[in-house]
Design a protein around this ligand. Structure first.
Ligand SMILES: [Ca+2]
Ligand SMILES: [Ca+2]
Length: 498
């Protein structure tokens, strides 16, 4: 695929410097119940690890006083004591993050606000009631209490919608944003941008110059998200469409849909990709949408961390918490590959396969990625750099067969296959595959462990050696679907169907 940048070079006769896209990798620095911890201190303690892991941006939860624990019903905007910690702890954290080169992004909730003791008695800063839109649901509002203007976007019933048409309100929001900047925030994540007009985001960005702006336009329609990005003009948006396409592709073997998918398939420079956030994660129990399937997280991250856009890793995936699956080592491997190969927000993608079993692409000529259970590998001089459940990633050059990306050198390594399946009492799981000691003719017995996880291990597969395998019940009933792919020295979790 010819990138726009390359096309320009071909057309123009004078020298053109192609601007690389953002090299940033972003961390969502919280989950839904982070407020139950002393969160600013938790982040402070992990900041060295975040830097080592390669994050250059971190999105923090709303840091002003609010009527809800999570911060999304803002009350006293200029009071920075919140459920996440004190104003002093927040300032310490912002200083530490900036000192380590990790840019803090503030969660900007300006569609709505609540009063200090009632519906609209706004304090700190004190705002008049006529900042509230004419069509807000505020009950018992006396005549003339609200603005004469209707909402510039959708109405939100849990708080008072603000009238962004008013120059006075615009000035007050800009003052608050500049206060956040003076504290050390570097960028804005705008909450609920369907709730007010995109020209307001454009205006606030023009007047405050954030290093990055991201809109939460919660919609699976790539055309609708692109339309918002075009109207705002100076903001990126979360790539919700890509998230939904990835889930569909993995669930329904619809890997063809991963070609030019989502906002990154249209305007990669304006897309922030992600798999999960505080609204979609498992502990929300499907409050808005289904959570990303656990057993597809590795492949999902393999896709977004090798593809254009600015990838945003969800907290619980980067730093395991609460018994949710630990994919943190794979994420570290994939970020390291992205950085070592210089993949950025506008890297060019050359799709090499997209069918019912796999999607494969070469990015910037230096990283090859395959997701799905079908076979594929790049031809030529490539080294396997990372692999796991239904994915593999190679880097160009050094074609020695790869080392599995985990420092293996072909020497001793323990390969572990973990089969997650409840066979029922009296039955067992075995594994067959194409590399000794596995074979396709007879199975190796796996051992039952707590949680109905059947484990098989060997030290006999050289580190980095690729292989395929499947699981069976009672060494007789094969799991459905294609072969799994593994690499010597890995721990591989599978969730078979029979
Ligand atoms: Ca409202
Ligand atoms: Ca609104």
């Amino acid at each position: 695929m010819l990138t726009k940048c390359k096309a320009l070079v071909l057309v123009l006769t004078f020298a053109v410097t192609c601007m690389a896209g953002s090299p940033d990798v972003m961390l969502q620095g919280f989950h839904w119940t982070s407020h139950t911890a002393n969160w600013w201190t938790v982040l402070d303690d992990l900041s060295d690890q975040m830097k080592a892991d390669g994050y250059s941006l971190i999105w923090l939860p709303p840091s002003s006083d609010a009527a809800s624990n999570e911060g999304y019903l803002p009350r006293e905007l200029q009071n920075f004591n919140s459920q996440y910690g004190s104003a002093g702890q927040l300032q310490d954290l912002l200083n530490v993050l900036n000192g380590k080169g990790i840019g803090p992004i503030a969660d900007i909730v300006v569609n709505h606000r609540v009063g200090c003791t009632d519906f609209a008695d706004f304090c700190n800063p004190a705002w008049p009631t006529w900042y509230v839109t004419a069509d807000d649901e505020w009950p018992g509002c006396p005549v003339g209490c609200k603005s004469g203007n209707h909402d510039s976007g959708e109405r939100y019933d849990a708080a008072r919608d603000l009238d962004h048409h008013l120059p006075q309100l615009q000035d007050d929001i800009v003052s608050w944003l500049n206060q956040l900047k003076s504290m050390g925030y570097k960028g804005w994540r705008y909450d609920l941008v369907k709730g007010f007009a995109p020209w307001a985001v454009q205006l606030y960005n023009n007047r405050t110059g954030p290093a990055i702006s991201i809109g939460e336009f919660f919609d699976g329609d790539a055309g609708a998200v692109e339309n918002w990005v075009n109207q705002a003009g100076n903001s990126t948006a979360f790539d919700f469409p890509l998230r939904f396409i990835l889930i569909d592709a993995f669930h329904n073997n619809n890997y063809g849909a991963l070609q030019s998918a989502g906002l990154i398939g249209r305007q990669p420079a304006k897309a922030v990709t992600f798999l999960e956030n505080h609204d979609t994660e498992e502990q929300r129990g499907g409050a808005y949408v289904q959570s990303f399937p656990r057993h597809h997280l590795e492949a999902g991250y393999a896709y977004i961390l090798t593809h254009p856009g600015v990838p945003c890793v969800f907290w619980t995936h980067a730093y395991p918490w609460g018994g949710f699956p630990d994919v943190s080592d794979k994420i570290r491997e994939l970020i390291a590959i992205r950085k070592s190969q210089g993949i950025h927000a506008t890297s060019s993608v050359s799709v090499r396969a997209a069918d019912g079993s796999k999607y494969a692409a070469i990015v910037d000529g230096s990283v090859a990625v395959k997701v799905g259970w079908g076979d594929w590998s790049p031809s030529g001089d490539w080294s396997l750099a990372s692999s796991g459940t239904n994915y593999a990633v190679w880097v160009a050059g050094g074609g020695d067969g790869g080392d599995g990306g985990d420092g293996g050198d072909g020497g001793d390594a323990t390969t572990t296959i973990r089969v997650h399946y409840d066979t029922g009492w009296g039955n067992s799981i075995s594994v067959r595959g194409n590399v000794a000691p596995l074979s396709w003719q007879s199975g190796q017995a796996a051992t039952w462990t707590t949680g109905n996880v059947w484990v098989w291990q060997t030290d006999a597969i050289p580190a980095g050696q690729g292989f395929e395998f499947k699981s069976l019940i009672n060494d007789a009933t094969w799991e459905t679907g294609g072969n799994h792919q593994g690499s010597g020295g890995q721990t591989i979790d599978i969730y078979p169907n029979f």
